[in-house]
Ligand binder design. Structure first.
Ligand SMILES: C[S@@+](CC[C@H](N)C(=O)[O-])C[C@H]1O[C@@H](n2cnc3c(N)ncnc32)[C@H](O)[C@@H]1O
Length: 268
């Protein structure tokens, strides 16, 4: 196993009552920003995820010429940093200021100078010019305010485009609101002609999970694609598949995890 933020995801989101990382718990806040802040602030050892980039993202991006990238729900920034270290102007948005502060520190210590982060709700970041500020390479500080020159208002939504828009394990427990499909559809509009939309998701519970929390829905890649409802005149589907990888279960033994992968290219 080289990579695996998703080991932690599965531990936290779907496993209850056994040893290992603290599960997302009952009695936690349900308001999204409060929930994710609570998760990050209370993470064991001061971090929630592994710090390694997600495998699918690295597999897909390894074959691409660097350009501009946007990571939705970037967490502690591993995917953005991985991209930035390979020449991408990579930006991440996350609702948790604590996660973003960690991402910024990790980027600084990795020397990922072209990594940028916004702390904020993706819904707001997409509909304001804040994502635009990232797309044109201007800086954003930990509070998510643009610090570049010029006015953010000068960047019209229609001018905002990324060569790669990625969402890795953009999930939330059923108690926490996440208009996931809506946000992914809107994010798809930020892909530049010829660019890629990559969605990597949990397609099945981890083998060690004590069942699936009520209300939690795992989408197959085909269901994910159907929910996105991408216009086929505008998009070519390059992958819509399950990818299985070996991770360590909470007891350290090998266990398979199923990732759903949707990779779509916007036509020129
Ligand atoms: C399961 S984590 C995945 C983190 C990261 N992509 C990774 O693979 O390590 C989901 C992330 O989405 C973020 N998130 C949830 N709702 C959000 C929203 N509306 N806007 C921005 N980020 C959000 C959470 O804070 C969390 O970091």
């Amino acid at each position: 196993m080289t990579n695996d933020a998703a080991v932690s995801h599965s531990n936290h989101a779907l496993r209850h009552g056994t040893a290992g990382p603290r599960p997302f718990g009952e009695g936690w806040p349900t308001e999204p920003r409060e929930f994710w802040e609570h998760a990050y602030v209370n993470a064991d050892n001061g971090r929630q995820w592994s710090g390694r980039a997600n495998l699918v993202l690295t597999q897909v991006a390894a074959g691409l010429a660097p350009g501009t990238a946007l990571d939705l729900g970037c967490g502690e920034g591993a995917d953005v940093i991985w991209l930035a270290l390979r020449g991408w102007r990579a930006s991440g948005v996350d609702i948790s200021p604590t996660a973003v502060a960690r991402a910024q520190r990790a980027a600084a210590s990795a020397g990922a100078a072209t990594a940028r982060f916004i702390a904020g709700d993706i819904a707001e970041a997409i509909s304001s010019a804040r994502v635009g500020a990232l797309a044109v390479g201007r800086h954003a500080d930990a509070a998510g305010t643009g610090t570049g020159t010029g006015t953010d208002a000068a960047v019209a939504d229609s001018d905002v485009a990324f060569d790669l828009v990625s969402a890795s394990f953009f999930h939330a427990p059923p108690t926490v609101e996440l208009p996931r499909t809506l946000l992914l559809r809107r994010a798809a509009e930020l892909v530049t002609p010829g660019g890629l939309l990559l969605i990597t998701s949990h397609a099945a519970p981890a083998p060690w999970a004590d069942g699936v929390p009520e209300g939690y829905r795992f989408l197959t890649p085909q269901e994910e694609l159907a929910e996105l409802a991408l216009d086929e005149r505008e998009w070519t589907i390059e992958a819509c598949e399950l990818r299985q990888r070996e991770v360590n279960d909470p007891d350290g033994g090998p266990a398979p995890l199923d990732d759903g992968v949707v990779l779509a290219r916007r036509r020129d």
